[in-house]
Design a binder for this molecule. Structure first.
Ligand code: ATP
Length: 380
């Protein structure tokens, strides 16, 4: 469809960026990025005619468009353009330009290759900056030495790609990374963009190794203001494959004192669920330090997301207590709820909540074991 639309519209179209990199590496990839020499908007509007399932969103300010499909996949269309930065760390401004310039504005050589999709040159690789050589040699190399100053998120991206593919940073790129960190260029980066990049890192399979590099390079110290007790323990590597993003985040801060966690939270903007779980984690750590009965534990933990409890269980101070509680809570097999109680003749009102609490407690303490016994308590 892309090739036909390109022919029809008479413009040159290329696949670019991460897709080309991963294709050459035989690495699984999903996102398709196209660059059109000419008007990306016009091309996208013509393309969508051939893709009845797709939904088109245009970002005129950036000269880009996105087509999303019902299964959640999407493809991005950009027109060749030149982005310049009004100040380091700001969002880029966009002007029309040619493919070579478009590729030069990218972060690393391995991300600066394109594949032509027009019939005459179909499948030809466009590699102005030595991306293929760097892929073969396993190097992350910037395109010019102001790259990190232009956009400090590239520092985090460099670390992410290096660890993801087990590559290393080319000598000048590594030196520039250290210079950029020392020169305080991170201060120009917005908290939003930093958070976005950090969350990309936490979603990577080997995020633990990336976390270690973020500490070792001094990047985390430069951003957060001090060397905090981040927990990126490589011994967790196997288990971490099954951890959700929230679990990974909570574990990474789990060795920090509460005041330190507060300082960390000042330097990232987390979504609601991540922020709430972090706060819950901190407050439960305080509460669990006091002696608690099974019922009190249940009242505290009943509605807490599983991942928060799981991370707390890793703490030696609470592991015995929590394991006991979790075992007891597994016995709870409540069939009753407000509706069934009303059907059994209980009057609507605060009484219902009280009865449900009592039944839950009976399960928890092992006083009842069957649904019959459960009903028995209510009748009683
Ligand atoms: P991933 O596999 O993580 O999605 P990707 O390379 O596809 O990697 P995107 O963030 O989707 O990552 O970016 C797509 C392309 O846009 C990159 O390959 C790169 O060419 C370019 N790009 C992205 N971010 C930057 C940046 N901060 N500076 C310069 N170019 C960038």
């Amino acid at each position: 469809a892309v090739r036909d639309t390109a022919e029809e519209e008479g413009c040159a179209v290329y696949l670019v960026g991460g897709f080309v990199r991963d294709l050459l590496l035989f690495f699984p990839t999903q996102d398709l990025d196209f660059v059109v020499e000419g008007s990306g908007g016009q091309f996208a509007r013509a393309l969508i005619q051939r893709m009845p399932d797709g939904k088109l969103t245009q970002h005129e300010k950036f000269g880009t468009a996105q087509i999303t499909f019902p299964d959640g996949s999407h493809l991005d269309v950009a027109s060749t353009r030149w982005e310049y930065y009004s100040f380091p760390g700001a969002l880029p401004q966009v002007e029309e330009s040619c493919l070579r310039d478009d590729l030069f504005r990218r972060d690393f050589t391995i991300n600066s290759m394109a594949i032509c999709l027009n019939t005459e040159h179909f499948g030809e690789l466009v590699d102005y900056y030595g991306g293929k050589r760097d892929l073969q040699q396993g190097k992350i190399r910037f395109l010019h030495n102001l790259s990190f100053i232009d956009d400090p998120t590239r520092m985090l991206r460099a670390i992410r790609f290096a660890e993801r593919y087990h590559f290393s940073l080319a000598k000048e790129t590594l030196e520039a990374l250290y210079t950029a960190i020392e020169s305080g260029v991170l201060a120009k980066l917005s908290v939003e963009r930093f958070t976005e990049e950090i969350l990309h890192i936490f979603k990577e399979i080997n995020y633990l190794a990336m976390g270690q590099t973020l500490i070792r390079s001094g990047l985390f110290k430069a951003w957060f203001g001090d060397d905090y007790a981040w927990n990126f323990n490589l011994e967790d590597e196997q288990d971490s494959a099954d951890w959700s993003l929230n679990t990974r985040w909570l574990i990474s801060i789990s060795d920090m004192d509460s005041p330190v966690i507060e300082k960390v939270l000042d330097r990232v903007i987390l979504n609601r669920s991540l922020r709430d779980e972090t706060m819950t984690f901190v407050s439960l750590r305080e509460s669990l330090s006091n002696p608690l009965s099974l019922n009190e534990m249940d009242a505290l933990l009943n509605k807490v997301p599983k991942e928060v409890v799981m991370v707390l269980t890793r703490d030696e101070r609470f592991s015995k207590l929590l394991t006991e509680y979790l075992e007891a809570s597994q016995k709870i097999n409540m069939s009753l709820n407000g509706k069934t109680l009303i059907q059994m003749g209980v009057k609507q009102g605060p009484e219902i909540g009280k009865i449900l609490d009592q039944v839950r407690r009976a399960w928890l303490q092992g006083r009842i074991h069957t649904l019959e016994e459960e009903k028995g308590i209510v009748r009683h």
